[in-house]
Ligand binder design. Structure first.
Ligand SMILES: *[C@@H]1O[C@H](CO)[C@@H](O)[C@H](O)[C@H]1NC(C)=O
Ligand SMILES: *[C@@H]1O[C@H](CO)[C@@H](O)[C@H](O)[C@H]1NC(C)=O
Ligand SMILES: *[C@@H]1O[C@H](CO)[C@@H](O)[C@H](O)[C@H]1NC(C)=O
Ligand SMILES: *[C@@H]1O[C@H](CO)[C@@H](O)[C@H](O)[C@H]1NC(C)=O
Ligand SMILES: *[C@@H]1O[C@H](CO)[C@@H](O)[C@H](O)[C@H]1NC(C)=O
Ligand SMILES: *[C@@H]1O[C@H](CO)[C@@H](O)[C@H](O)[C@H]1NC(C)=O
Ligand SMILES: *[C@@H]1O[C@H](CO)[C@@H](O)[C@H](O)[C@H]1NC(C)=O
Ligand SMILES: *[C@@H]1O[C@H](CO)[C@@H](O)[C@H](O)[C@H]1NC(C)=O
Ligand SMILES: *[C@@H]1O[C@H](CO)[C@@H](O)[C@H](O)[C@H]1NC(C)=O
Ligand SMILES: *[C@@H]1O[C@H](CO)[C@@H](O)[C@H](O)[C@H]1NC(C)=O
Ligand SMILES: *[C@@H]1O[C@H](CO)[C@@H](O)[C@H](O)[C@H]1NC(C)=O
Ligand SMILES: *[C@@H]1O[C@H](CO)[C@@H](O)[C@H](O)[C@H]1NC(C)=O
Length: 570
């Protein structure tokens, strides 16, 4: 499993002010020479790691991005793509080793005195910040400014933080420094242009946008009257994981840059506009809102903790190795030290070199998600969907289905789990966390099924459907399990309640809860229709046996329920 190395810092050392912002963690979705902003329809000059919408590819646009079946960023409503260069270590023998990283953190910042005029990024909008050919500090090109809000060298849009252990932390600098001593990673940071001309969604020289006077603060130039959210991206490179990577001067970015001055990032909008608009209006204008997505209602509703598992890295679109040990940089990029700008001619493979194959974007048509209905059949024959239940995995708790567990991301589907549990003699099966299958012949009586009308917590995509081309199925969530029950009355439920799963303890059904117990469903007072809508028996002598007898007297009721100690519903 991949871990997210990039971690959201509670404080932004590089950024001044205490204005409102939100941030999201993002895992890698695609790597390689893909850059639909700079090289649409073609193989890009150098390699990137991309986070965001699954539909990212060389031909991506706003319309195809919003069709992404999922995003590797935290917010489901943001199918945008964000990308930064890969980093390599250049060994003395000429080989390049890709410096691992686990994703990026993307910030949306509300900035400057005119923050309450900020508008959302429009559909079709894209931009690039930084200059891949820069190899030294440009102290002459300044952002717009006036007496009150002075300009600043735009070279400061790029910065690096060397994450060392304890003690005082090194300063942020606009170039790569002391990389080999950054034991907790070297974090590359880019701030984007926040001022828009209001006309062009993109111009190849990025003159459709301009920086705030202070880059991450201040005011917009008069000819760029529309203020956008200030986008800021952090990518943490695990420089400490390079074997024998002790020479600071041998860390290079994929654009052939050993200095860091040529670091850059791209943004391709793929937001659900209604959500982005409301988030900008309600959560960026308000200085009290401090970045926690859960505190912004419109974003909180879209937050998913399991973005990395829910939307894992897609197969490479450009069939060219970019990870591990390579003979040369992808695209045959030469390393150039500057201080002059890198020549464009150093950026191409010879025309005779074979071009890598480009796979058509995998999910240009979104995968259709197959959603089961509680009480209905789903998956294999005679399998009934019981609902989305809570499932506390903490030690000392019984799982919802506690007897047998199997974990396999690549093979996990609803059908796989149903079959697995049947093969092992269990009536109940449940899929969870994209990759887990749980089996039992009883359901834990403390498990509670999702209430109608409440947010569904079982939203994670099954790992197993990504490659087989079938419908995308759902496999629970974090702490929530989609539960199925085999309704075949001839089924031999021979599976032992033997704790094979290695759970806290073998679950022994509480007294009176037999194998026919179906779990706890909510039936809130005041509802006109109870969860079960058949006849009701109220009796002071209520017991499971009494209810069972009552329900069996009726016209073949399959379910019965106990509530409020004296009521039964069939
Ligand atoms: C988005 O998906 C819909 C539904 O499958 C499809 O009709 C449409 O062509 C797709 N749009 C793009 C731009 O890929
Ligand atoms: C170059 O050196 C690295 C690190 O020692 C090694 O892993 C790699 O295989 C070497 N490459 C070649 C072509 O020998
Ligand atoms: C923005 O804030 C200023 C100063 O508080 C106020 O005068 C102005 O009306 C506000 N504009 C909007 C669009 O809310
Ligand atoms: C920029 O740096 C160069 C070299 O250090 C120096 O000669 C020049 O005066 C500087 N220009 C500005 C505007 O600071
Ligand atoms: C880089 O490391 C050297 C040696 O440890 C140290 O003297 C210097 O201050 C470091 N540079 C920065 C910017 O931290
Ligand atoms: C690292 O250096 C040591 C000592 O020189 C050597 O034995 C080892 O093979 C090197 N490892 C790699 C991956 O280059
Ligand atoms: C990109 O678009 C072009 C032009 O429509 C098309 O020929 C090509 O096959 C597309 N490539 C991919 C990888 O989708
Ligand atoms: C379900 O949630 C309830 C209420 O928080 C809790 O008491 C119970 O232990 C949970 N059951 C499981 C199986 O997680
Ligand atoms: C996971 O399932 C796949 C496909 O069925 C199989 O090839 C692989 O060996 C399984 N992995 C493990 C660890 O069992
Ligand atoms: C029901 O279970 C019996 C006994 O295992 C089996 O023979 C039969 O095929 C099953 N029916 C279905 C529809 O799976
Ligand atoms: C059910 O399975 C158990 C264990 O596999 C076996 O001993 C028993 O005979 C089976 N019963 C029926 C009715 O098939
Ligand atoms: C429970 O009470 C009902 C209604 O009062 C009665 O019909 C039934 O016989 C009683 N059952 C038992 C087991 O006492």
């Amino acid at each position: 499993m991949r871990s997210l190395i990039a971690s959201a810092a509670a404080v932004l050392p590089y950024l001044g002010g205490v204005d409102a912002f939100w941030r999201m963690n993002c895992a890698v979705i695609q790597t390689g020479r893909v850059d639909p902003v700079v090289n649409p329809g073609a193989i890009a000059a150098h390699a990137h790691s991309i986070v965001g919408g699954s539909n990212i590819g060389i031909n991506s646009t706003y319309d195809t991005m919003t069709n992404s079946s999922c995003t590797s960023c935290e917010l489901r409503s943001d199918k945008s793509a964000y990308w930064t260069p890969l980093m390599y270590y250049w060994y003395p023998n000429g080989s390049f080793f890709e410096v691992p990283h686990g994703g990026s953190v993307v910030y949306y910042l509300g900035r400057g005195p005119n923050v309450n005029t900020t508008i959302p990024f429009p559909p079709g909008f894209m931009m690039l910040s930084g200059d891949k050919s820069a190899r030294s500090y440009d102290n002459e090109t300044y952002s717009y400014g006036n007496a009150e809000y002075p300009g600043r060298p735009i070279a400061d849009r790029v910065s690096f933080t060397c994450l060392v252990g304890s003690g005082p932390q090194p300063p942020n600098l606009p170039y790569m420094f002391n990389a080999s001593s950054c034991v907790n990673g070297l974090r590359a940071q880019v701030v984007f242009q926040s001022c828009w001309d209001g006309v062009h969604l993109y111009k190849t020289d990025n003159s459709h946008v301009a920086y705030l006077s202070g880059l991450d603060n201040g005011i917009c130039p008069p000819n760029y009257p529309h203020q956008l959210p200030t986008l800021f991206i952090e990518t943490n490179y695990a420089v400490g994981q390079v074997p024998n990577g002790t020479d600071d001067n041998r860390f290079v970015f994929s654009q052939g840059d050993p200095t860091g001055y040529g670091f850059h990032a791209d943004f391709l909008n793929g937001w659900d506009m209604a959500v982005q608009t409301e988030a900008v209006n309600t959560c960026l204008y308000n200085g009290a809102f401090n970045g926690v997505v859960q505190e912004c209602p419109v974003l909180s509703a879209d937050d998913t903790t399991g973005y990395a598992e829910n939307c894992p890295e897609r197969p490479r679109q450009v069939d060219e190795e970019v990870h591990g040990m390579l003979d040369r940089l992808p695209g045959c990029i030469e390393v150039t030290y500057g201080p002059g700008a890198a020549p464009a001619s150093s950026m191409m493979c010879p025309p005779t070199a074979p071009k890598p194959y480009v796979t058509p974007t995998a999910d240009s048509v979104p995968l259709v998600t197959a959603s089961p209905t509680p009480g209905g059949q789903f998956g294999l024959p005679e399998q009934e969907y019981m609902g989305c239940y809570n499932d506390t995995a903490a030690s000392g708790y019984y799982r919802t289905l506690n007897s047998l567990k199997y974990i396999n991301y690549t093979s996990m589907t609803v059908e796989f789990c149903q079959q697995y549990c049947m093969d092992n003699g269990y009536i109940w099966s449940g899929v969870e966390y994209a990759q887990e299958c749980h089996c039992d012949n009883y359901i834990n009586p403390t498990a509670i099924a999702a209430e109608p009308g409440m947010p569904n917590q079982c939203t994670w995509n099954c790992g197993g459907t990504l490659t087989d081309g079938g419908l995308q199925e759902l496999c629970g969530g974090l702490g929530y399990i989609d539960v199925y029950r085999n309704t075949n009355t001839s089924f031999n439920a021979s599976g032992n309640n033997d704790n094979t799963a290695g759970n806290a303890q073998p679950y022994t059904p509480a007294a009176g809860f037999g194998p026919n117990y179906l779990g706890c469903y909510s039936d809130p007072p005041g509802f006109n229709t109870a969860t079960l809508e058949g006849p009701t028996l109220e009796a002071n002598n209520m017991s499971i046996a009494v209810c069972e007898t009552f329900c069996q007297q009726g016209p073949g009721y399959r379910y019965y329920g106990l509530e409020y100690s004296t009521q039964w519903y069939a």
